[in-house]
Design a protein around this ligand. Structure first.
Ligand code: ADP
Length: 550
């Protein structure tokens, strides 16, 4: 057979010739209302236009000195601009490095320096961060703003690309070369980069378009609520570009009403997002129905949800109250991310009790992905649906090492093969159904974003009134999890208000624990470490003061 390289360049002729008229809509910030809240306007374009502009972007970047292999960073929400960058940057041989807009500035600076990006493309709302980047990121040479009015020393995106031709001499690429770069929070130490190759992205897109996975094809309109800086928007964007699905982006407007209205207005057939946004969507659908003005979301035939375990009540409520079908997926930044999907085995009614029970699990692997379990002694665990073990995963779109760090202790060998240790604790049934039970990783996942408990503990322990501190994840009705701090006071216990105020200057605001409990002791294990899992278990029914973060 022919040795044809699988690269993002294959998306271009498909968008230009096969699906040029498929719609791409984006909610953009138009201004502010009287309450100071952003107002939206809807921008409309097509896949064909996006492909032409991505060639113009490649031309402009080349003129700015971008060479194959160079990293070009983005700091942006979901929009057609970000989509053009997704298509144009890797296709010219450079690497698009998507920065997580929710990270504190120190981490953004660290990550940008680690990747050594030469060029940064950003939404104008992030311009206030520019002085810090300029002062602390010596390799960053050019800044391009997704806006018409731009400050001195930066380029306006539309202006910059307008003088470029709509075609580009795309270079021949090796499918194993880097195409995208995304960093994930480490439990300790600095974030870790995952470099996706052209081949891994394209195989992942092929698989996620399959009907048993996200099932995205040319008749679809996909609304990825999941951000494009989060594990490639879970692959939904590449899959849409490959198969010709329309795209609807909601930008900064990810609240329940904006999402519900976009689903209705754009007749979206598929959307994907974390549990927190799906709870907000359900609430809005319920509210509108109760008010006698239900949304028409009848086109929506599949909702992909993941990031944390998806509660069965959510899957049921969406179906029973609104006729909507939700499918749970499991994955990580390191796994591109799609690894398992909770598609219901043939022969079982998906809306029976048995069907819902399957859908509340993480499900079975997509083609080419393998999973295994290891016990605490590094021995394989039987797949009997009951015995728990650390979940290992391998496959053509699973990272085999970290960017610049190589093969760390996150990778293990089993049966002579390399596997990624996910840090999740799971069971696997005899028929291959994965069920994530717990997390060995010491992190808190709030609204789909990681909070490093170690960093919050360090910041807290620097307070003179704290002699020891532990931060654990506790279930939260809105954010899925929020951090709870337990501390042993040094002298008079500082009040929660004092600790909250103190932390404000040291960590991101949304990382500040919702509650602070002074305790006289904390359980310690044999190796002298706090027994986090025991503490988490003990406080899992903690009732938040004032309901926690709003
Ligand atoms: P993502 O952006 O896909 O959430 P991350 O790398 O930030 O990727 O997080 C991956 C981790 O999130 C997994 O190792 C697991 O702990 C958790 N996770 C993701 N999906 C699920 C799921 N469906 N059920 C339980 N946990 C999940």
């Amino acid at each position: 057979m022919m040795d044809v390289q699988l690269t993002t360049q294959a998306l271009l002729p498909r968008c230009l010739t096969l699906f040029p008229e498929r719609p791409v809509t984006s909610l953009m910030v138009a201004g502010k209302n009287e309450a100071g809240q952003p107002t939206a306007s809807r921008h409309r374009t097509t896949l064909g236009q996006v492909a032409r502009r991505s060639a113009q972007l490649a031309g402009a970047l080349q003129q700015l000195g971008v060479q194959p292999g160079d990293r070009v960073a983005t700091l942006a929400v979901n929009s057609f601009y970000h989509l053009e960058a997704y298509l144009g940057i890797p296709s010219m041989g450079a690497v698009i490095h998507t920065l997580n807009i929710r990270l504190p500035i120190e981490q953004l600076v660290w990550i940008l320096n680690d990747s050594g990006a030469k060029v940064l493309l950003l939404d104008s709302m992030f311009l206030p961060l520019l002085p810090a980047f300029r002062a602390q990121c010596p390799e960053l040479k050019e800044v391009i703003v997704f806006s018409a009015q731009v400050p001195e020393g930066t380029h306006g995106y539309d202006d910059l690309i307008s003088s470029q031709p709509e075609t580009y001499a795309w270079p021949e690429l090796d499918e194993k070369s880097g195409a995208m770069l995304c960093y994930t929070s480490g439990t300790t130490g600095n974030p870790k980069g995952v470099l996706y190759t052209h081949r891994s992205l394209m195989l992942h897109a092929l698989a996620s378009g399959h009907p048993d996975a996200f099932g995205i094809g040319q008749y679809d309109v996909v609304l990825p609520i999941v951000p494009m800086f989060h594990a490639n928007a879970w692959g939904t964007v590449h899959t849409a570009l490959l198969y010709g699905a329309g795209l609807a982006f909601t930008g900064v407007f990810n609240d329940g009403p904006s999402v519900a209205r976009t689903l209705q207005d754009e007749k979206a057939t598929m959307c994907a997002g974390v549990v927190t946004v799906m709870l907000a969507l359900l609430e809005e659908l319920d509210r509108a129905a109760a008010a006698g003005q239900p949304y028409d979301v009848s086109a929506l035939n599949k909702i992909g949800c993941g990031g944390t375990a998806v509660p069965e009540v959510l899957i049921r409520a969406l179906y029973e109250r609104h006729g909507l079908q939700m499918m749970q997926a499991w994955g990580m930044t390191e796994t591109s991310p799609l690894a398992t999907c909770s598609n219901v085995p043939a022969g079982i009614d998906p809306v029976s009790d048995e069907g819902f029970a399957h859908r509340s699990k993480q499900g079975r692997v997509v083609p080419f992905i393998e999973v295994a379990l290891l016990d605490d002694h590094g021995q394989p665990v039987t797949h009997d649906g009951a015995t728990m073990g650390r979940l290992l995963v391998r496959g053509p779109w699973i990272a085999g090492e970290y960017y610049k760090r190589g093969v760390t202790s996150d990778f293990v060998e089993l049966d002579g093969k390399k596997w990624l240790d996910t840090g999740d604790i799971a069971t696997i049934s005899a028929s291959g159904e994965v069920w994530v039970q717990d997390r060995a990783k010491d992190l808190v996942k709030s609204g789909g974003e990681w909070i490093s408990s170690a960093e919050v503990e360090n910041a807290l322990m620097a307070h003179p009134g704290v002699s020891a501190a532990v931060v654990v994840a506790v279930p939260h009705p809105k954010w899925t999890e929020r951090p709870l701090a337990l501390f042993i006071p040094h002298g008079d216990a500082p009040s929660p208000a004092e600790l909250r105020e103190y932390l404000k200057g040291h960590i991101a605001k949304w990382w500040i624990p919702d509650d602070f409990l002074a305790v006289s002791e904390l359980p310690i294990g044999a190796t002298g470490k706090f027994l986090k899992r025991e503490i988490r278990e003990q406080y899992k029914n903690h009732v938040w003061t004032d309901g926690g973060m709003k």
